[in-house]
Design a protein around this ligand. Structure first.
Ligand code: DHK
Length: 145
């Protein structure tokens, strides 16, 4: 698989509700806005993205399996699964591609249970608290590294 294969942008549970969900925490942009921002950012580097969101752990895991040999990197906001899911972490190492974990909010400034991530130890980079610009930063990093 070429290094220029698409970058997979994954969003986990409840991120389909961006824009209406706790805007004081997650902002007013929608998931469509996030995907559009990712597309625009990737295009600046002549790259493409594939985007997928699910509220279901198994659906996310199935999509990650499909990334093996097909996509060159993964940007993931795992939502609440960040703090709970060994299975998601196990899946993420299968494609053997760089991973950037993104959180819209600064999870470290929030409740204690959000301070631990099962994903961070297997991620190449972790971004938190940049709002949806965190996704753009992740794509720029992956496209230029
Ligand atoms: C999104 C969620 O859904 C939460 O469960 C995480 C993350 C934080 C975010 O900031 O994007 O704790």
């Amino acid at each position: 698989m070429a290094d220029t294969a698409p970058i997979l942008v994954l969003n986990g549970p409840n991120l389909n509700m961006l824009g209406t969900r706790q805007p004081e925490v997650y902002g007013s942009a929608t998931l469509d806005d996030v995907v559009e921002l990712c597309k625009r950012t990737a295009a600046r580097f002549d790259r493409e993205i594939a985007a997928f969101q699910s509220n279901h752990e198994g659906a996310l895991i199935d999509r990650i399996h499909q990334a093996r040999g097909a996509e060159s990197a993964i940007v993931i906001n795992p939502g609440g699964l960040t703090h709970t899911s060994v299975a998601l972490r196990d899946a993420l190492v299968i494609p053997e591609v760089p991973i950037v974990e993104v959180h819209i909010s600064n999870v470290h400034a929030r409740e204690e249970f959000r301070h631990h991530s099962f994903i961070s130890p297997i991620a190449t980079a972790v971004i938190a608290g940049m709002g949806i610009q965190g996704y753009a930063a992740a794509i720029e990093f992956l496209a230029t590294r």
